[in-house]
Design a protein around this ligand. Structure first.
Ligand SMILES: [Fe+2]
Length: 230
């Protein structure tokens, strides 16, 4: 059965051609919304038109971490009057509101609960929305995978610990990740627990695997880090 909050809420996913996902989550009753991980590879008008169409005003722009593979459009979207939210450790001076583990933000009747989830990046947060039984995992947990942990700022052991935090949510919890390359839109904690190959490894095996797993650097690695740290 859908809860009242669920019926009154909006959750929209935006996918870039290179597989980065951003989300708008909003509350129809109070007419407010937050955007998670906006990318300059999505026309700002696409976000703005969506907000307008659903009569939502943007309160918060949240980046789950300092992205190393795409440039955030948080600066451009701030013109809408919203505040930029990131973890305390985020290097960018543009951040208006710095959050820590356990902090919450209200978006109308929806509660966004921040979970520190370091490992892929030290300033990484995931967001849990209890009313929607949903977790926005960022690049900590992906569908059938996890974020990489071979950057100089990554920490495979911390990533393992962060994943355990996410896996502790009820099995039916919906998982909306920061990347998806195979056209899937979401997963659940139960599915990931059962089928995600990396989550079947022991802690030691996981750490070894993540250390050895060194795919090529993202196309926009330097440019993204530089722009997103400004
Ligand atoms: Fe990332």
């Amino acid at each position: 059965m859908r809860s009242t909050e669920e019926e009154n809420s909006i959750l929209e996913q935006f996918l870039t051609p290179r597989g980065c996902l951003s989300y708008i989550v909003g509350d129809r009753v109070s007419g407010v919304a937050a955007i998670i991980d906006p990318s300059i590879e999505i026309e700002n008008d696409a976000y703005k038109n969506f907000l307008q169409q659903h009569e939502l005003s943007l309160s918060y722009i949240i980046d789950t971490h300092t992205h190393a593979d795409h440039i955030s459009s948080s600066k451009e979207l701030r013109a809408e009057g919203a505040r930029i939210v990131m973890h305390t450790l985020a290097p960018s001076p543009r951040v208006d509101l710095r959050v820590n583990d356990g902090d919450t933000l209200a978006v109308g009747s929806l509660e966004l609960k921040f979970l520190a989830a370091p490992g892929h990046a030290p300033d990484h947060v995931s967001l849990y929305v209890p009313q929607l039984e949903t977790v926005f995992t960022g690049d900590t947990l992906l569908i059938g995978g996890t974020g990489r942990a071979d950057f100089s700022h990554s920490d495979p052991a911390a990533l393992h610990e962060s994943l355990q935090k996410l896996l502790a949510f009820p099995a039916a919890t919906r998982v909306y990740p920061g990347h998806e390359y195979k056209g899937r839109t979401r997963s659940t904690i139960g599915q990931e627990r059962a089928k995600n190959p990396r989550l079947q490894l022991s802690r030691e095996e996981f750490i070894r695997h993540m250390r050895e797993h060194r795919p090529p650097l993202p196309e926009l690695f330097e440019a993204s880090l530089k722009a997103n740290r400004e």
